[in-house]
Design a protein around this ligand. Structure first.
Ligand SMILES: Cc1cc2nc3c(=O)[nH]c(=O)nc-3n(C[C@H](O)[C@H](O)[C@H](O)COP(=O)(O)O)c2cc1C
Length: 217
């Protein structure tokens, strides 16, 4: 596969607890992205325990600098949050606030990036509300939320100890999120490669009649 069509998909989210349902869900989506031909990078909950984002400061901790660098390099992003009190967690929101460091980049925020969204909640109502908020954030960051997101209800056991998803519908959603982010990232990269390519020169060199004009002669 052409290297340019091998996108880098960044997954961020989870909770401070390693191996949370949210982290497992994110890992499953990233696995589907990798199977669809992407390179993947997971920055999960424990690695997102960053200082509160401060727009008045330019120094960044090594962990925060790594996150910002990953935001810059990726061709697509998957965000996974638990529903905490009816919305996304403070941990995930704070991580997303670090996109502000990209505000003067050529590619600002998540401009032109596919954004896959995953929510894990103890009930459906908080799940729906949290997903709607995450979609709003993705739009505010100029990203393109994928058509299908994953909304998981963790009130029943969803993952076994090896991280396998026990619920078919949840598994399908998570895989679709990973696949759709890769699909969109490829479309965007392909469009950019095409736009940068020199214009097509008809056989016979510059000025030679095109096939179309010959056939109409
Ligand atoms: C601080 C806190 C607030 C929560 N608030 C809600 C809530 O409002 N609605 C809900 O359905 N579940 C709520 N939950 C449950 C989580 O959404 C649920 O456990 C989710 O699956 C996260 O699981 P995980 O830690 O295994 O990823 C809350 C959990 C915590 C710790």
């Amino acid at each position: 596969m052409h290297q340019a069509l091998r996108p880098l998909i960044l997954g961020i989210g989870g909770t401070p607890r390693a191996g949370s349902s949210t982290e497992r869900a994110l890992a499953l989506s990233l696995k589907a992205a990798a199977e669809a031909g992407a390179d993947t990078l997971l920055i999960s909950g424990p690695e997102l325990m960053l200082p509160m984002y401060n727009p008045g400061k330019t120094e960044r901790s090594p962990e925060a600098a790594r996150l910002v660098d990953a935001f810059r390099r990726c061709h697509g992003v998957i965000v996974a949050s638990p529903a905490y009190h009816g919305t996304l967690s403070g941990l995930v929101k704070n991580a997303l606030d670090y996109t502000e460091d990209l505000r003067t980049d050529d590619r600002v925020y998540f401009d032109g990036l596919a954004v896959g969204l995953i929510v894990c909640a103890g009930g459906w109502q908080a799940g729906g509300q949290t997903l709607a908020t995450l979609r709003g954030i993705a739009h505010a960051l100029r990203g393109w939320p994928t058509p299908l997101a994953a909304m998981l209800n963790t009130s029943t056991r969803l993952f076994d100890d090896a991280g396998e998803c026990l619920d078919l519908s949840s598994k399908f959603q998570l895989q679709a999120v990973g696949q759709q982010v890769v699909e969109f990232a490829r479309m965007k990269i392909g469009a950019r490669v095409e736009a940068a390519a020199p214009p097509h020169t008809p056989m016979g060199g510059p000025g030679a009649p095109s096939r179309l004009s010959l056939s109409r002669g």
